[in-house]
Design a protein around this ligand. Sequence first.
Ligand SMILES: [Zn+2]
Length: 426
Amino acid sequence: MGNELRQLQQRKLAELLRVAVTENPFYRRKLSGIDFNPDRDPLSRLPFTTRDELERDQIADPPFGTNLTFPLERYCRFHQTSGTHGKPMRWLDTAESWQWFERCWATILDAAGVAQQDRLFFPFSFGPFVGFWAAFEGAAAMGRLCIPGGGMSTERRLRMILDNQVTVVFCTPTYALRMADVAEQMKIDLPGSSVRMLIVAGEAGGSIPGTRSRIERAWGARVFDHSGMTEIGAVTFECLENPGTGLHVNEREFIAESVDPLSGKPVADEEIGELVLTNLGRTGSPLIRYRTGDQVRMSRRPCACGREFVRLEGGILGRIDDMLVVRGNNVFPTAVESVLRAIPEIAEFRMTVFDQGPLAQVKLELEPAPQAVDNGLAERARRALESAFSFRAEVWLVQPGTLPRSEMKSHRFVRNSSTTNWGSTK
Ligand SMILES: [Zn+2]
C-alpha cells in the first residue's frame, strides 16, 4: 500500500477513534484504558468487534443498542440485517453517515463505468434491508436517472426495463436468473434489449464463474460484482479490466485485514482468512475491526486496472459459519453452487443436509431447465458432487418452477437437523 493511502487511513482512523472513544457508549466501554496511537501502533492492538457482541448490546439496550455516537435525534435512517445469520440486527445512520454510504456507492458506480446517459433500474422491494437503498440514492445524488422497481411482479419489472430502455439493472444474482427465466416464458429477447450491465450484490454468485456466465448469457450483458453488509457499508467492487476474478476493497473508506478465524492472528498475503473490516466514515454507528465471517484470499499483487486497493481473489469465498462438515469434508455452499452451475441443464437447485458429521445425508433437489431433456441429469449431478467433495448425494428431479426464487437472498442450502437459521449466502 502506498504512503498516501496509508496516511489517509491513519488520519481518518484517528479522527474516528477520537469521536468514538469520547462520544460512543459502545466503543467508550470497549476501548477504555487502551493506549493506542494510530500513527504509531498497529491496528491489531485494538480488540475485534463481533456480530455476537452487537446483538447482545441490542438485547441489553433495546431497540437500537449503544453503538450510537450521537443523540438519537440525529439519526434519520433505519435498516435491519436480513436475518439469514441469526436475529435481524437494527442499524441506524445519521444524515452524514448515510452520505458516506452513498459516496462509497459512487466509487462502485464509477468503477463500473455507469455514465450520465445510463438508465438505472432497481427491481427491489425497498423494505428495511439496506440492499440497494444506498445504491439508488448514491446514483441519484450523482445525477444518474434511477427508476424504482419495488412492489411489482417480475413480469411488470421486465416490461419496465423494455419500456424505459434501461441500461443497468441492480439485483441479486438469484433474481437476475429469475428474471431471465420469466423473460424466456414471456418470449422477451433480453440479449436484444438495451440492458448492458447487471450490478449484483447480496450473494456470492457474481464471482462464481458458472453463475456469472449463466447471467451474462441470458441477458447478453456484463455482470459487475460488488459486496457489502448492512452494518458496515458498501465495501468492494470488481474492476472492468479484470472481470469475475476478484473484488477490490475501497481502502480509502475501509481498512481490511485478513485473520485466522480461530487464533485471530493475521494471515499472510494470498492465504485464506477471515475478512476483518474497519469503516472510516460511518461515524454515527462505526465498526472497528469487525469480524465479517467472510472467508477471503487477500492479495496485494498489482491489478491490470492500476488500482492499489487490495483484492479479494475470487470474491467472497464463503461464510465461515456456513461451512458444512459432510462425512469429514469441509464443504462451502459457494463451492457446491460453482459445481452445479457448470451443468447448464440445471435451472435451480436446493440442497438439504440431514445431521452434520459422519452420518450426514445429503439430499439434492434439481429443477431441470424447461427445454432440457432428461439425459441422465440426476446421475451427472451426483457424480459431479462426488468427484468434487467425495460425498454421495441423493438426487431428486423436481418440476420446473417448484423451487423458491427470491429477489433477496436465496435459500438453496438447508440444514435440516439444526435450529439455527441458515442460508446459502449472507
Ligand atoms: Zn483491478
